[in-house]
Write a protein that binds this ligand. Structure first.
Ligand SMILES: Cc1ncc(COP(=O)(O)O)c(C=O)c1O
Length: 375
């Protein structure tokens, strides 16, 4: 038993210190609804962050994907292509609409959607007489996917891309931020993300008319009458001024968090540099910039993977398997999958390591000690 046992979590938030100020202001001014100075400030800050694109704050990344699908015109029985290697929230909104997911495998470099299988699948579905209505692509763990190739394919076949950048706030490709490539981009401010609203999300879109329609849908779609009149189904999806207080404060440490994440990535790089058995997820080229939301490794020998998990458990350090691909999930077993089992291999070999920007030197030393006790 280790007498200095610590308890290290995978990705807890890092508090800026400004949260209580904005929360208190909201309470004192009785601005508790989805209007208020925090909501307006957050929308203004992210509009500027995303190079003057339009943004709408929502209560979660999941609702942002749901509304993006509605905006893309997805309806019952439509097919939506989606990356299989992801969290269920990328895909579940397809089922909310009664539409059908078609799953695409990852490619081994970025672990994200394989552009080759994407194009093959589109052609096959078109030949079959069904043109997919939208494509959901994910920057898993903050690592940008091959977004330029995927955007070109979307343009070639005229299919809108929904870019799930829930985990990739601050990641970029050729200097352009993830979330701004697709027809719609989404961000999550869940508690484990790079900055948090406690719970919250954001849609990034091109035009004011789109952002107005998203706001309308997110606030129960009330017609512009003085009385309560509704001509379509709406949702209670807008971010409130309390959650916006937290993310407003968190925005002040976004850049700092990203540079801390990069340092943590370098910490793991140094540890695994000479390991022949363990491979750390890396950026593919200099143009690709990950926020390294989570550091993930692949362990080639499955027995050693079990041993490593046991060491971390004994040290009270939280780790987690990589995403179990959606096409392997009981919920999604009836839907089509196109691929070559790359995502399945990632699931079998992978492990997410603690990566919070709040990790201190003592905790990092402790993690290193755990790893060195076996690697
Ligand atoms: C890839 C991905 N997509 C979507 C979501 C949904 O975000 P939220 O939890 O804010 O609903 C998350 C995070 O939870 C995620 O990791």
């Amino acid at each position: 038993m280790n007498s200095n046992k610590q308890n290290i979590k995978l990705s807890p938030s890092r508090i800026s210190g400004l949260e209580s100020k904005y929360l208190l202001e909201a309470l004192e001014t009785n601005e508790l609804s989805y209007y208020g100075s925090n909501v307006s400030s957050v929308e203004k800050m992210f509009k500027s962050y995303f190079n003057d694109k339009e943004v709408v704050t929502l209560n979660s990344g999941t609702s942002a994907i749901h509304l993006s699908l509605i905006m893309a015109g997805v309806k019952k029985d439509d097919e939506v292509i989606c990356q299989s290697f992801t969290y269920c929230a990328s895909v579940n909104p397809i089922l909310y609409l009664g539409a059908k997911p078609i799953f695409i495998d990852s490619e081994p470099k970025t672990w994200n959607m394989c552009p080759v299988f994407l194009e093959k699948t589109i052609n096959e579905r078109i030949n079959y007489g069904i043109k997919p209505k939208a494509i959901i692509v994910v920057h898993s763990y903050g690592m940008p996917c091959k977004i330029n190739q995927i955007i070109s394919i979307g343009e070639k076949y005229n299919i809108p891309i929904i870019e799930d950048a829930a985990e990739a706030l601050g990641s970029s490709v050729n200097g352009r931020k993830c979330g701004t490539f697709g027809k719609f981009g989404i961000i999550s401010f869940n508690t484990n993300k790079i900055i948090t609203a406690s719970s919250g999300g954001l849609i990034i879109c091109d035009s004011i008319s789109e952002s107005e329609e998203i706001n309308h849908l997110a606030t129960q779609a009330k017609d512009s009458k003085t009385h309560y009149q509704h001509s379509k189904v709406g949702y209670n999806y807008k971010m409130n001024n309390i959650n916006a207080a937290i993310v407003r404060a968190q925005y002040s440490i976004l850049d700092e968090n990203i540079s801390l994440k990069k340092k943590i990535h370098q910490f793991y790089r140094d540890i695994f540099l000479n390991s022949e058995e363990i491979e750390l997820q890396e950026e593919i080229t200099g143009d690709v910039n990950s926020n390294f939301w989570l550091n993930c490794i692949l362990i080639n020998n499955l027995k050693n993977r079990e041993r490593l998990i046991k060491v971390f458990t004994d040290f009270n350090i939280e780790t987690r398997p990589l995403w179990k691909p959606m096409h392997m999930q009981p919920l999604y077993k009836e839907y089509k999958y196109y691929g070559n089992n790359v995502a399945e291999t990632l699931f079998n070999k992978g492990l997410c390591l603690p990566s919070s920007s709040s990790l201190n030197i003592k905790e990092l030393d402790y993690i290193k000690k755990a790893i060195n006790s076996i690697v």
